[in-house]
Design a protein around this ligand. Structure first.
Ligand code: SAH
Length: 411
C-alpha cells in the first residue's frame, strides 16, 4: 500500500493525499495559517463580547486523536478494506495512514483485516443490511499506555470469537481490553446499548490534569488529550475555585472537569444524560478519592430547572454542551440561579455566540474568551469563555425615596 501521508521537505509539515476524498480534515494549509484562520473567525464572531485571547495551538499538530474509528468494506477484488465514508456520500474511502490518528491504531486495524479474512468475519454492508462487522473504535491513552478495541457488530453472534481475541492479543500485546458492542441498526459509527467484554476490564484509563479517568466504550471523552489538559486548566482557573466553592458541572461526561475542580476543593454536582458516562463519572470520583462530588443522570436543562425551582445556591456554573449548544430552558434557569460566574466550554462557535447573547440578556457579561485548538486540520474551534454576573439594574420608574424622618437625638 503506497504511503498516503508525505512530509514537505522544506516546511516539515505533513500533507495527506487522501484530503479531497476523505473529508476527515477540512484544512490543507500550513498550521500557522490554520491558527490565524481560526483566530480571525473567533474574533469576528465573539469580539463583540470581549477581547479574544490568542488561540492556544499545538506544538506538533499530528496524530493527536486518541479515538480512532474505522468502517470496513470490500474493494472490487473483494479484498477487505477499512477507512471512513467519503465526505460527499456513502462510498467507503480506504484510509490506511492518517495524520490525525494515534499511530498505534493503524497496525491493529491492519491485523484485524487479515483476521477477518482468515476467520470469515464479513464487513457489514449498510445498503444491503448484510454482514457482521459495522465498525471498530480504538481508544488509546498516551499517559497509561492502555488501548481499548471495540468491535461493533450488527448481531451478537461473532464467529471464532476466542480465536479472534487470542490472535489479536498475540499480535498486539499492547491492547489492554477488547469489547464487542452489538448495534443492530442506526447510523454508521453509532454504538448499540449492549456491550460484552471479551478481554480485559472493558474500559480504558487515562490521566488528565493529575486525575485518573476510566472511560467506557459509549462515554464521551475529549479526543485530544494534550490540548484537553490546557482546555481544562483554563476552564478551572476561570472558575476561580477556593475551598467550598459550589459548582455545577453541566454536560459532565465522565466527570472530568468537575473532578479537576473538586480536587481543588470545590463542592461539585455533575449532570449528564448518558448513563454509561454517569457510571464512569461515579467510578472516577472514587478513583480520585473524592467525596465532594456527586453526579446525576438527567437532561441538563430539566436538572437546571429543578435547581432553579429549589432556589439552590451555586457559585459557579461550568457548562460544556454538545455542538447544538444549550437549550433556552437551560440558559433561562442559569439566569434564575444567578451563579457569580459561568464558565462556558464550547466546541461550536456558532451555538456559543447564540448562547452568549442569551446569557447577556440574563444579566451576564463576558470577561474572558480563550480559543484552544483541539482539532488541527479541521475547522473546529474549541473555546472557553468566562461570564460574570452583573449587578441587577435599579428598577426603572421608581418613585423617589421620601427623605427619612430623622429624629433629632435627645440632648
Ligand atoms: N465535559 C465533558 C463532556 C463534554 S461533551 C468532557 O469534557 O469530557 C458533552 C456531553 O453532554 C456528552 O457527554 C453528552 O452525552 C452530554 N449531553 C448531551 N446532551 C445532553 C443533555 N441534554 N443533558 C445532559 N447531558 C447531555
Amino acid at each position: 500500500m503506497p504511503k498516503q501521508i508525505i512530509t514537505d521537505p522544506q516546511s516539515g509539515e505533513k500533507i495527506c493525499k487522501c484530503f479531497k476524498r476523505c473529508g476527515g480534515c477540512q484544512l490543507q494549509e500550513s498550521y500557522a495559517e490554520q491558527l490565524a484562520r481560526k483566530q480571525e473567525k473567533a474574533e469576528r464572531m465573539l469580539g463583540k463580547f470581549a477581547p479574544v485571547q490568542p488561540i492556544i495551538g499545538m506544538g506538533t499538530p499530528y496524530h493527536y486523536r486518541n479515538k480512532v474509528q474505522n468502517i470496513y468494506g470490500t474493494d472490487k477484488n473483494r479484498k477487505i478494506i477499512s477507512g471512513i465514508f467519503q465526505s460527499t456520500g456513502k462510498k467507503l474511502v480506504a484510509v490506511d495512514d492518517c495524520m490525525l490518528e494515534d499511530q498505534k491504531a493503524a497496525p491493529i486495524v491492519s491485523t484485524l483485516k487479515k483476521l477477518m479474512h482468515d476467520l470469515k468475519i464479513t464487513p457489514y454492508d449498510l445498503r444491503g443490511g448484510t454482514g457482521l462487522l459495522r465498525h471498530t473504535l480504538i481508544r488509546t491513552s498516551a499517559a497509561t499506555g492502555e488501548i481499548m478495541l471495540v468491535l461493533v457488530t450488527a448481531s451478537a453472534m461473532l464467529p471464532a470469537k476466542n480465536n479472534l481475541v487470542k490472535a489479536l492479543i498475540k499480535a498486539h500485546p499492547e491492547i489492554t481490553t477488547i469489547v464487542q458492542n452489538i448495534c443492530p441498526d442506526g447510523m454508521p459509527l453509532t454504538l448499540g446499548n449492549r456491550s460484552v467484554t471479551l478481554y480485559g476490564s472493558g474500559f480504558i484509563e487515562d490521566v488528565l490534569c493529575g486525575c485518573r479517568f476510566r472511560v467506557s466504550p459509549a462515554s464521551f471523552y475529549q479526543v485530544n488529550s494534550r490540548q484537553t489538559e490546557r482546555l481544562y486548566g483554563c476552564a478551572v482557573r476561570a472558575a476561580g475555585i477556593t475551598e467550598g466553592t459550589t459548582v455545577i458541572d453541566a454536560y459532565c461526561g465522565t466527570g472530568t472537569i468537575g473532578i479537576v475542580a473538586a480536587k481543588q476543593g470545590a463542592a461539585v454536582t455533575g449532570v449528564e444524560q448518558n448513563r454509561f458516562a454517569v457510571r464512569d463519572a461515579v467510578e472516577n470520583a472514587k478513583r480520585n478519592q473524592l467525596t465532594n462530588i456527586r453526579f446525576y443522570q438527567d437532561d441538563a436543562g430539566d436538572f437546571m430547572q429543578k435547581l432553579a425551582k429549589d432556589k439552590a445556591k451555586i457559585d459557579v456554573l461550568i457548562m460544556d454542551p454538545p455542538r447544538a449548544g444549550a437549550s433556552p430552558a437551560f440558559l433561562r434557569s442559569a439566569g434564575t440561579l444567578r451563579p457569580d460566574r459561568i464558565v462556558y466550554v464550547s466546541c461550536n462557535i456558532e451555538t456559543l455566540e447564540r448562547d452568549l447573547l442569551l446569557l447577556q440578556k440574563e444579566g451576564y457579561r463576558v470577561s474572558m474568551i480563550q480559543p484552544v485548538d483541539m482539532f488541527p486540520h479541521t475547522t473546529g474551534i474549541e473555546t472557553v469563555c468566562l461570564l460574570n454576573r452583573q449587578p441587577k439594574p435599579e428598577p426603572q420608574n421608581r418613585r423617589p425615596e421620601k427623605p427619612r424622618n430623622h429624629k433629632k437625638p435627645k440632648a
